[in-house]
Write a protein that binds this ligand. Structure first.
Ligand SMILES: Cc1cc2nc3c(=O)[nH]c(=O)nc-3n(C[C@H](O)[C@H](O)[C@H](O)COP(=O)(O)OP(=O)(O)OC[C@H]3O[C@@H](n4cnc5c(N)ncnc54)[C@H](O)[C@@H]3O)c2cc1C
Length: 394
């Protein structure tokens, strides 16, 4: 049996298995699970380390810009996130944000935009961020109000973004603003805003339960040139959704990594903790708990890698990505909670592995579309498929 039996599933190719083995070896002892006091510098360092070791080549697409392939390898991104999440939540975060923050450039950038940003993303010398959410536009993204007015040969941005990961340490932000071609989702455009752009500032640092760089951004008469517009005017919603379609599956993979780590911790504890003249794992109640955890993890993994495999085959996978994201994140929360229970009081001691995982998993059920949003995507998807297969409604 291999150390990672799921890598023998038919979703994968031989190079995927090698990738996990290499990354496991690299991460072992090199990336720390602890968040430390200076999370900004820790993240900067992790991005640079990941770049120097070549792992960020998988975060983008386009070999001429330093990627390992012309088309993003979704299964590789998922396996990297799953593996890094097993070792360190922050290392996973650093990798994921380089991908999410530059994903819209990979998918929709001009050759000039790609040449300007992507090689530095791969080297780890430029940190990327994705700025979509606002205080009054989270799940309801189309309600965003940040405004971009055409002015001469460029645009002038005014407004705010919040909950932006890498806010404060990013070198550039992909920002979605209202340009008013139409109401709602059809009047939004994407821009690349450099952190040095006049009128751009960090409004506030936000502290969260699993610390990572997070901030509110402000734009006051922030001028961006026409060359910084990403994709067509009025098509920014499509840019955002296509980027999220790719990375949503990878959130499921990160949740899987957290769950697998919790499972390992639970097995260690259950098989060594003596009580009532036996060890904890001798009790059938514990065996039932471990059985549920293992089965849930495999179910989440099957959904995750099915979605990634479909995307790599060029097939539609919005519904499958939503199934994977909601199942893997909700499952991981339950698995980690069970691992905390098995650890007893030790499970709630600050910075113990399962305590850290308990905090780290929570935001994944909210960001890149909360579980309820994924339920709606799946619900609408199955109704549409049914109606298409039975047009008469019979
Ligand atoms: C740690 C962290 C990092 C983040 N990083 C980024 C980032 O880098 N870039 C970025 O743009 N955003 C980022 N976000 C923001 C994230 O995408 C939003 O928090 C998310 O979209 C939810 O929006 P909201 O917080 O405004 O919650 P709301 O939209 O107010 O939703 C609140 C709750 O309502 C429920 N809900 C939502 N829709 C429905 C519905 N239709 N029916 C029933 N219930 C519903 C859900 O349970 C949801 O959690 C981040 C958030 C967190 C927590």
């Amino acid at each position: 049996m291999t150390a990672h039996p799921h890598l023998d599933w038919p979703f994968f190719e031989p190079h995927h298995k090698a990738l996990v083995a290499d990354l496991d070896r690299w991460a072992d002892g090199r990336v720390s699970a602890a968040h430390g006091k200076d999370v900004d510098n820790l993240c900067r360092g992790l991005v640079r380390q990941l770049g120097e070791a070549g792992w960020l080549k998988y975060a983008i697409g386009g070999t001429r810009y330093g990627a390992c392939a012309d088309i993003v390898d979704t299964r590789a991104i998922c396996l990297i996130r799953e593996t890094l999440a097993r070792h360190s939540g922050l290392a996973d975060f650093a990798f994921a944000m380089q991908g999410l923050g530059s994903g819209a450039i990979t998918l929709f950038g001009t050759p000039q935009q790609k040449a300007k940003y992507l090689p530095r993303v791969v080297e780890g010398t430029a940190i990327a961020a994705f700025a979509l959410s606002e205080a009054n536009a989270g799940s309801d993204v189309a309600a965003l109000q940040c405004d971009a007015r055409r002015d001469g040969d460029g645009y002038v941005l005014n407004g705010e973004k919040t909950w932006i990961s890498n806010g404060g340490i990013a070198d550039f932000y992909v920002v979605f603003a209202r340009t008013g071609e139409a109401e709602g989702s059809r009047g939004i455009t994407a821009f690349i805003v450099d952190s040095a752009a006049p009128g751009f500032a960090i409004g506030e640092r936000i502290e969260v339960i699993a610390p990572h760089p997070l901030a509110r951004l402000t734009f006051k008469n922030c001028r961006v040139s026409h060359a910084q517009r990403l994709g067509e005017a009025g098509r920014g919603f499509k840019v955002a959704m296509a980027t999220l379609d790719l990375f949503r599956t990878s959130v499921a993979a990160a949740a899987l990594g957290f769950a697998r780590r919790a499972m390992q911790e639970a097995l260690h504890r259950a098989t060594s903790r003596k009580m009532f003249g036996q060890v904890l794992s001798d009790f059938q109640l514990t065996q039932a708990k471990l059985a549920g955890m293992a089965t849930d993890i495999d179910a989440a993994a099957l959904l995750t890698y099915r979605a990634a495999w479909l995307r790599d085959r060029g097939q539609p996978m919005t519904v499958e990505a939503a199934m994977a994201k909601m199942t893997a994140t909700e499952t991981a929360q339950r698995v980690i909670d069970a691992a905390v229970q098995i650890a007893g009081a030790l499970g709630v001691v600050s910075e113990q592995t399962v305590e850290r995982l308990y905090r780290e998993i929570r935001p994944l059920r909210i960001y890149e579309g909360a579980t309820e949003v994924q339920q709606l995507i799946v619900g609408r998807g199955v109704i549409k498929s049914f109606q298409e297969s039975e047009p008469s409604g019979a």
